[in-house]
Design a protein around this ligand. Structure first.
Ligand code: ADP
Length: 505
């Protein structure tokens, strides 16, 4: 967590409430949780007042943080029911986290689904949460300037603000921002769930809340938020096209004047090989080659692979899904495991059939590949520290954090040139290498054999120590923390407030 407070007296503090379904360390399934648990600290360090509100899932009690009840209770309507909830709080340095407690909805094994099946009442769970956010503002006596919501789960909040609350003096002047972390997850439910929202049927039309006959939380957010952002400049462009727009490209294009693309950062106090408690040997840019050699040996031992300093060790960490291109890797792996002199380490969970393919590779070629079907932060750190190459052949990638984590640990990314991957990885062509800009390898098509050729290019470069060292140095010395992006969020908030309030804030 970013803990140092930078005092900037000249700043006019913006009050910001993040409403999200995830935030580390309390609840996360991926990048959304990482961002909502780290960006608030970066904004607070710039002198702003930032609070975060998420559901009180079962897991929040195991995050190692003190959580206390605020003694604040509320009741909201969810369809024909009235449902009660209460507010909890956890303070961490300069950011306060609030939790909406409603055990029937949130005290469950997982956040959204079990055994690959979404909870049948997900619509109801997040209608309740979104209404709870609006009530929390009143109860907490914290009226934000900016209500910053994230992804479909909080997509109704901007609609409630505009339709039901904006006439109240307390809420008037609050600007809403929706950040899209992944357009593929839209929160679509059958049309009768419109009744759960409590909003008038007149909003269920193709310009507002309806998407091909269904209720869409994300579209609702896109339509009603004052400002929209996504997590890289390239993805902000891509989602306005049919190829990446998932049917929402039209509505996004219609709002392009208020659509921002701001690159995610990583929390460099968590992702720092110099202080990382999980890795075999700590290192920095000066000691990276010795440090990584020790970490590589330790990783090979931990994963049961032969200890071979000479073989390139290729890694993948992430959701084992079509989006992340794990199927492309599975298509080329039989060739790689049979013919190429490289080792593989895979960590992830996801699609059951794909997981099974990877397990079978590990059973058949135990000398070449180790697979862990798990979600394990410490192991993710050890893999980034020990591997030589990190593969991320995503079909679409809003930003991608894992490639930035890899760079931070001196591991060379091989990525598909799309979305945030295109914004962060510069291919090792000779002119880029000579200019000190190259930090990885990229390819453009969805053809697995183009991935394979790019991996071969990476492995050939691995065998040219001078060039390889230069690539590692380029990557490890780049700054992918929030330092660059946090000020851009503030600019976006200020622009939002100027439009909403018609002032020169
Ligand atoms: P997405 O949010 O689309 O899943 P990102 O690359 O933006 O992908 O963020 C994924 C985050 O989750 C990264 O911090 C990554 O290290 C982490 N992560 C993904 N899968 C695992 C896993 N199996 N174990 C540990 N960490 C993981």
């Amino acid at each position: 967590m970013l803990s140092k407070t930078v005092s900037r007296p000249e700043v006019t503090p913006v009050r910001i409430l993040f409403a999200s379904s995830e935030a580390v360390p309390f609840a996360t399934t991926g990048g959304l949780g990482d961002v909502c648990g780290s960006l608030p600290f970066a904004l607070a360090n710039l002198g702003h007042d930032v609070r975060v509100i998420i559901p009180a899932y079962r897991g929040i009690w195991y995050a190692g943080r003190e959580i206390r009840s605020l003694g604040l209770e509320f009741i909201v309507s969810v369809g024909s029911k009235t449902v009660s909830g209460r507010l909890l709080e956890s303070r961490a340095d300069n950011v306060t986290f609030y939790f909406v407690q409603q055990d029937y909805y949130y005290d469950r094994d997982a956040l959204y689904n079990v055994h690959g099946q979404d909870y049948a009442d997900n619509c109801e769970r997040f209608v309740f949460f979104d209404r709870a956010v609006m009530e929390a503002i009143r109860l907490l006596d914290f009226v934000p300037d900016i209500l910053h919501v994230h992804d479909w789960q909080t997509g109704l909040v901007p609609a409630y603000l505009k339709i039901e609350y904006s006439q109240s003096p307390l809420y008037r002047g609050i600007g809403s921002v929706l950040t899209i972390h992944n357009l593929a997850y839209q929160g679509r439910f059958w049309h009768w769930d419109m009744l759960l929202t409590g909003l008038d049927w007149k909003y269920f039309n193709w310009r507002q809340m309806e998407f091909y006959g269904q209720l869409s939380f994300l579209k609702t957010g896109i339509v009603f938020a004052d400002t929209i952002s996504t997590v890289s400049p390239r993805y902000a462009q891509e989602i306005q096209t049919p190829e990446f727009g998932w049917g929402l490209e039209g509505v996004l294009r219609s709002r392009r004047d208020v659509l921002y693309g701001i690159l995610n950062g990583i929390d460099d106090t968590v992702w720092n090989p110099e202080t990382d408690p999980h890795i075999a040997c700590r290192y920095n840019a000066q000691t990276v080659f010795q440090g990584k050699a020790i970490c590589k040996k330790a990783l090979q031992e931990e994963m049961g692979l032969p200890v071979r300093p000479d073989a390139p060790l290729i890694s993948m960490i992430g959701r084992i899904t079509h989006q992340k291109g794990f199927d492309m890797v599975a298509d080329i792996l039989p060739y790689w495991l049979e013919k190429e002199d490289a080792q593989w380490v895979i960590l992830g969970t996801g699609d059951t059939a794909l997981e099974q393919r990877f397990r079978e590779f590990a059973d058949r070629w135990p000398q070449k590949i180790a697979v862990r079907i798990d979600f394990c932060h410490p192991l993710a750190h050890r893999i980034h520290a020990g591997a030589d190459i990190f593969v991320m052949p995503s079909r679409f990638e809003p930003c991608g954090l894992a490639q930035l984590q890899a760079l931070r640990y001196g591991t060379v990314p091989v990525v598909r040139e799309i979305g945030g991957l295109a914004d962060t990885i510069v291919d090792c062509r000779s002119e880029n290498a000579a200019g000190g800009r190259a930090n990885g390898f990229s390819f453009s098509s969805e053809d697995p054999w183009e991935l394979s050729r790019t991996l071969q290019r990476a492995c050939e470069t691995y065998r040219q120590p001078d060039l390889w060292r230069q690539l590692i140095q380029n990557g490890i010395t780049q700054d992918w923390s929030w330092r660059h992006s946090a000020p851009r969020y503030i600019e976006m908030y200020e622009d939002t407030l100027r439009r909403v309030r018609g002032t020169n804030q």
